[in-house]
Ligand binder design. Structure first.
Ligand code: HEM
Length: 412
């Protein structure tokens, strides 16, 4: 069978494809490898990231309602992220100036936050290091896109931080599903799963939702972790930016309390720095593939149903029309002449349209509070003998900064 892929290289076309014609471009390709891991016995894909059609809508609606209930988009989520950040800062003080690879820190913060969501039983940050298995898989497996499958079902990983509470998560999920169904108004159309027999429904619901939880762990931890690691690396590389961020933090927040989202409005330079980190780091260079569910017209071409569509974020985030001299790391590009933050319409690292990142609101809070909290409390510097940090990355599930060591020195 012939398969076609269309690559969208600018933001206008991306808007046309995913916003204006989102109804017909929100499918996902039927990936043979992933099928083994996320398809049920009928061959239908499950989970948030890979399912499509009614099943995906149902999963997404459910996950969003739960994430909002948990606090996403509200002040309460900030408190949880502040707690995790504060535990992380305490650990950094304990490291006693030993250089460390910051890769485990944000991963644990974000994993804990997602973990809290489903299991309400946070893995306290006594030792903010991922267990060996998690570190190994980050090191070896996440380097290859094909390993998404390993992540989902690899036996060893079942014991890792993300899977440790699987039984509790399953119980919790089943409870959530029952509550969800109970609260649906009698007139509401029945979700597909509800029309199955009780035993089949339980099996199906638990399986679908477990895959969704795994999607949340995977999509929610590695993306935020990777962005934050790049962020710290850019601060090493561009100390003049770091100094400006720290001056703004001192001015607006001081040292007596942790940052909160309300600070963001008064911290345009820090906000612009995080925006620039997201632009240059470009951690999901080709987005997740979409596929057309009906024939569409795009850019003067007829695109048949069943065609894969990739948004080339690398081209979009480096388009000189929107980002002059795109190769330069320059937070000022996100500020107007009065120094206020301006949202650039081509800055779409979370994608756009119906399949836009489900965790965007959560990720924005994590990025701001963690990044600002670290720089409020620590100076960062390279280990003795290392003069220039490597900006090389490796492409895997995301575009990841290569491992590096960093001294966190408490600010006087
Ligand atoms: C810096 C952090 C993050 C970035 C850059 C990012 C980016 C993305 C991108 C580009 C997509 C694909 C959208 C598309 O197909 O058009 C996506 C999907 C997704 N993200 Fe994120 N993400 C981040 C953090 C998170 C977090 C914290 C969560 C969890 C709470 C999350 C959950 C998801 C899910 C579940 C999907 C699949 C949505 C769907 O297919 O309907 N992400 N993300």
């Amino acid at each position: 069978m012939r398969m076609f892929t269309v690559v969208v290289n600018d933001v206008e076309l991306a808007r046309e494809a995913f916003l204006n014609q989102g109804e017909h471009t929100s499918g996902r390709p039927y990936h043979t490898m992933l099928r083994r891991y996320v398809a049920d016995e009928r061959g239908e894909m499950n989970g948030l990231g890979m399912s499509a059609g009614k099943r995906w809508k149902e999963q997404r609606k459910f996950a969003l309602s739960k994430l909002r209930e948990f606090g996403m988009g509200k002040v309460s989520i900030e408190k949880k992220i502040q707690e995790e950040t504060s535990a992380c800062l305490a650990h950094l003080i304990d490291t006693n100036r030993e250089p460390l690879d910051p890769q485990a820190l944000p991963a644990v913060v974000t994993l804990n936050v997602i973990d809290l969501y489903y299991t309400r039983c946070s893995v306290r940050l006594r030792r903010p290091r991922l267990p060996q298995t998690e570190r190994q898989h980050q090191h070896h497996l996440l380097r290859y896109p094909v390993t998404v499958g390993h992540l989902l079902l690899n036996k060893e990983l079942k014991s890792n931080i993300a899977m440790r509470h699987e039984k509790q998560a399953t119980r919790r999920i089943e409870g959530d599903v029952r509550d969800y169904f109970r609260r649906l108004p009698a007139s509401a159309p029945l979700p597909a799963a509800r029309t199955h027999t009780h035993s089949c429904r339980r099996h199906l619901s638990a399986f679908q939702l477990l895959i969704s939880v795994r999607d949340l762990f995977l999509a929610g931890s590695h993306t935020a972790m990777t962005t934050l690691r790049w962020g710290l690396l850019f601060m090493l590389k561009y100390p003049h930016v770091l100094r400006k961020v720290q001056a703004e933090i001192d001015d607006v927040i001081g040292r007596g309390r942790l940052p909160c989202m309300a600070d963001q409005d008064n911290m345009p330079y820090t906000r612009a720095t995080i925006a620039e980190v997201q632009r240059v780091a470009d951690i999901v260079p080709l987005n997740l593939a979409h596929s057309t569910t009906a024939e569409i017209q795009l850019g003067g071409y007829v695109i048949p149903a069943g065609t894969d569509i990739l948004a080339n974020f690398t081209a979009i985030l480096n388009d000189p029309k929107y980002f002059p001299e795109p190769e330069k790391f320059r937070p000022e590009r996100h500020l107007d002449e009065r120094g206020d933050f301006v949202q650039n319409e081509a800055l779409i690292p979370f994608s756009i349209g119906r399949r836009v990142c489900l965790g965007e609101a959560l990720a924005r809070v994590e990025l701001f509070i963690f990044f600002t909290g670290i720089l409020q409390n620590f100076n960062i510097r390279l280990p003795d003998g290392v003069t220039d940090p490597s900006m090389d990355g490796t492409f895997g599930f995301t575009w990841m900064a290569n491992p590096y060591l960093l001294h966190f020195v408490a600010r006087p």
